[in-house]
Design a protein around this ligand. Structure first.
Ligand SMILES: [Zn+2]
Length: 208
């Protein structure tokens, strides 16, 4: 099962991905995690990414695509994967399709976790992230349950930046919904409900 996850930041994609990983043995490929790991490992791509991040610049598409490609070729990704945070725009989606075709693989579904912008703002402003591993939890959790690291509020999750992130999502990522609808693999789920209810629908859609 090869899946692309779609949805605004804070829609709960990570939580749903985790459940799919546990139940179906898929590999969760988050570009945020990939970048952090590459930087930490000081790989060639990691050092290159770090030079952009240190300069406060966006890591270029080509670099992110190479990281994703490398990850997709790893042994543990052969049984299936969930891509989270990639593709971010239609150009990346087209590149992903051709990279997968070259590996004689393809996508089974683009899963959209749909949540209204006003709900997102409330969710994100109360989100805390682990400084070491990127794990996220609601405010009130001070120590990371995954690695024991310190939880903090990322600048990205401060109210003044959330609206800007939602605007970026609307302009760049929302067009992907139409792209995948056009490829007849779009599956939509209402993400503004309890996690387990959302997951029940996700599972029904993916295994239908
Ligand atoms: Zn952690």
């Amino acid at each position: 099962m090869n899946i692309v996850l779609l949805g605004a930041p804070g829609a709960g994609k990570g939580t749903q991905a985790q459940k799919l990983v546990e139940e179906f043995g898929l590999v969760h490929i988050s570009t945020g995690d990939l970048l952090r790991a590459a930087v930490k490992a000081q790989s060639k791509l990691g050092l290159e990414a770090k030079s952009y991040m240190d300069a406060g610049k966006l890591v270029p598409d080509a670099l992110v695509i190479n990281l994703v490609k490398e990850r997709l070729m790893a042994d543990d990704a052969q049984a299936g994967f969930i891509l989270d945070g990639f593709p971010r725009n239609t150009a990346q989606a087209v590149t992903l399709d051709s990279e997968l075709a070259a590996m004689e693989r393809d996508l089974d579904a683009a899963l959209l976790v749909d949540v209204k912008p006003e709900v997102i703002v409330t969710r994100l402003s109360s989100r805390r992230t682990c400084r070491s591993c990127g794990y996220t939890a609601p405010a009130g959790v001070d120590v990371c349950p995954r690695c024991g690291g310190e939880m903090h509020q990322r600048d990205d999750d401060k109210p003044e930046t959330i609206q800007r992130r939602l605007d970026v999502y609307q302009t760049q990522t929302a067009p992907l919904i139409e792209y995948y609808r056009g490829h007849s693999i779009l599956k939509e789920v209402d993400g503004d409900r309890p996690v387990d209810e959302v997951y029940a629908d996700v599972k029904a859609l993916l295994t239908a």
